[in-house]
Design a protein. Structure first.
Length: 352
């Protein structure tokens, strides 16, 4: 069964960003609106699940109304409803899913539940008045998805054809950035502040480990780096830590970036695939962007880093994945449920 879905409304509430988008079949983002909860979680130094779902429940319906208004669209111009149903915080997912199912039911719209990570991997295909993917960018491609919750390398061969080539064995890179930032007394989420401070620091000032960089696989590990950084900070006089925060940040960031570039290089050699994307919140990191761009030039690889609005959690990428699947005839039913993890068939696991 295939169908002709031209426009969908998509909902993303898997973690702490509430996001709604209206997306066209070709990836055109008619509109995306999001509510960020950083201020609500900052006093706790991390995401508090109860606060996340409470804030989703407050923000979601007004955002849905807003995006329809922004597009001057009514429900009869929406062909289907798309919602992230995995992986994520259960309470947060439930708010999005129950809302999506209710809308699908009362407006008689087809519904589809989407794997959040599939959204991240398809983000380069989104388009708006300021961004479109390079015309020669196609499947297959390598995807490095790096966020607060995930750090994995994928091979993407087409819609629904995803292989995990490698992943972090412990902390996600964003989580490591945030925990390191906390050690320096920076507010959550600290990744962006580490990036900012690093620009005035010397990346060679302190030696930190590049775990698994030489291993002949695509797995990664950041807990050793985090522990080494903690030991280093504890061993230094408090005044030196204060005075050399920029050097500490630059040294930590360089260790993470070196591992990513080494693993991207290994992935390219293993697969001979020269189309590459870097996505997820950590792809905002300027040192990572600069190093990945240089690496791609050296290897004559085609690198796409979608604009930040499509790299961080957003409903547009979910809408794109959803409309492709709806057009392939896939549907979810009103018993669609939330899952904290991916499902068995979401990815083929090629990790060694
Ligand atoms: O994808 P995202 O918005 O949310 C999820 O985790 O799903 O990613 C957020 C993560 C946080 O850990 C944040 O500290 C990190 O991305 N991050 C950065 C930068 N901007 C955001 N890490 C390093 N450098 C940045 N510029
Ligand atoms: Zn995400």
């Amino acid at each position: 069964m295939s169908s002709n879905f031209k426009t969908v409304l998509a909902i993303e509430t898997s973690c702490d960003d509430t996001s709604v988008a209206i997306v066209g079949q070709d990836g055109w983002v008619h509109n995306v609106v999001s509510a960020n909860q950083d201020l609500a979680h900052a006093p706790f130094g991390g995401i508090v699940p109860e606060i996340a779902c409470r804030n989703h429940s407050v923000a979601l319906l007004p955002l849905i109304e807003k995006t329809l208004q922004n597009c001057q669209m009514s429900w009869n111009q929406i062909d289907g409803i798309v919602v992230t149903n995995r992986p994520g915080l259960i309470g947060s997912l439930i708010v999005g899913i129950v809302t999506a199912k209710t809308l699908a039911h009362i407006y008689s719209k087809p519904l589809i539940g989407i794997n959040h990570l599939e959204g991240h991997l398809l983000a380069p295909f989104l388009k708006d008045s300021e961004y479109s993917p390079p015309s020669e960018f196609t499947y297959p491609y390598i995807g490095l998805a790096v966020s607060g919750g995930h750090t994995s390398l994928y091979r993407i061969d087409g819609l629904g054809q995803y292989e995990v080539l490698g992943a972090t064995l412990d902390d996600a890179a964003g989580e490591a950035f945030d925990k390191f930032a906390k050690m320096l007394g920076l507010e959550f989420p600290g990744g962006v502040k580490v990036d900012q401070l690093s620009s005035q620091g010397n990346p060679k000032a302190y030696q930190l480990p590049r775990s698994m960089i030489h291993e002949e696989n695509l797995n990664m590990s950041f807990s050793g780096l985090k522990a080494s950084a903690q030991r280093l900070i504890q061993s230094l006089p408090a005044q030196e830590v204060q005075e050399h925060r920029a050097d500490l940040c630059a040294s930590f960031q360089a260790a993470v970036v070196d591992v990513f570039i080494a693993k991207l290089d290994r992935a390219l050699k293993q697969t001979s695939i020269k189309n590459v994307i870097v996505t997820g919140g950590v792809s905002a990191n300027r040192a990572l962007r600069a190093a990945a761009t240089l690496w791609a030039e050296k290897r004559k690889a085609q690198l796409v880093i979608p604009p930040m609005r499509y790299c961080t959690d957003n409903a547009a990428m979910i809408g794109y994945a959803g409309i492709q699947r709806l057009n392939r005839g896939e549907r979810s039913q009103l018993d669609l449920g939330p899952y904290p993890h991916i499902l068995e068939n979401d990815f083929v696991d090629r990790r060694v």
